[in-house]
Design a protein around this ligand. Structure first.
Ligand code: HEC
Ligand code: HEC
Ligand code: HEC
Ligand code: HEC
Length: 126
């Protein structure tokens, strides 16, 4: 005797497969998120250094683009978008932009700002 008929068997198999891929995707997303949002190891002493001072040598391209941008000129610091060592975000939440640019959400079409204003130049033109 079979426990299920053929259709029920297919349905059950499909459901199990969907469930397993769901588990795999959430596990992957979790891994990605933790990997991205942890700052590489720096000593307690190094943490006293301003972000941009160390990044002048550790990520020179990012530093230079930021330095020459309206944010660099306007003294908008790395941590104001990325957070500190305690709450770092590799890809900042758009709410961090909203602190200074709330009205910009009107033209953002619900896309991440940096899809149009490339980090770290954040220029208005293409
Ligand atoms: C003493 C040096 C030093 C200081 C201070 C420092 N960083 Fe970094 N940071 C690094 C190095 C080294 C890397 C790795 C660069 C690479 O992968 O090429 C890094 C990577 C990053 C990344 C990318 C992480 C990733 O997963 O790709 C971000 C974002 C970042 N730092 C932000 C900050 C912020 C914000 C501060 C200040 C709160 C800061 N950093 C202070 C050295 C430093
Ligand atoms: C105005 C907000 C803002 C400021 C200020 C800012 N960042 Fe970023 N940063 C971003 C955004 C947004 C991304 C993600 C871009 C993407 O995913 O396309 C990013 C990505 C990064 C990355 C990883 C990707 C890459 O381009 O290598 C590093 C490293 C980084 N930032 C470091 C810094 C450092 C160091 C500073 C200060 C010198 C800084 N950021 C200042 C918004 C900012
Ligand atoms: C601490 C305040 C602050 C934060 C946070 C901030 N900005 Fe800015 N932003 C400024 C200032 C100040 C200017 C220069 C004056 C202006 O245009 O309003 C500016 C200018 C800009 C410009 C115009 C550039 C130009 O060439 O005119 C863009 C685009 C921009 N920011 C995008 C962003 C995005 C995207 C984020 C988040 C990832 C962000 N900003 C986070 C303060 C901030
Ligand atoms: C779909 C593309 C797009 C997205 C997404 C986008 N912008 Fe813009 N943004 C533009 C364009 C185009 C302009 C120039 C508009 C003009 O001159 O009228 C602009 C202008 C600006 C300016 C300067 C002019 C002003 O409004 O004062 C700022 C600041 C700005 N954007 C911030 C942001 C922020 C912050 C986000 C995310 C919440 C964002 N933008 C998302 C396309 C975009």
């Amino acid at each position: 005797m079979y426990l299920f008929n053929k259709n029920q068997g297919i349905l059950l198999a499909t459901f199990i497969m969907l469930f397993l891929s769901f588990l795999a995707v959430t596990a992957e997303a979790k891994r990605e998120a933790t990997k991205k949002d942890t700052h590489p190891m720096v000593t307690e002493q190094d943490k006293l250094m301003p972000c941009h001072e160390c990044h002048k040598t550790s990520t020179p391209r990012v530093y230079q683009e930021w330095f020459e941008s309206v944010h660099g000129i306007g003294n908008v610091k790395c941590y104001q978008c990325h957070g500190t060592f305690e709450n770092m975000q590799r890809v900042p939440d758009v709410n961090r932009c909203a602190v200074c640019h709330a009205e910009a959400f009107d033209h953002s079409e619900n896309k991440p700002c940096w899809q149009c204003h490339k980090a770290h130049r954040f220029q208005v033109s293409k």
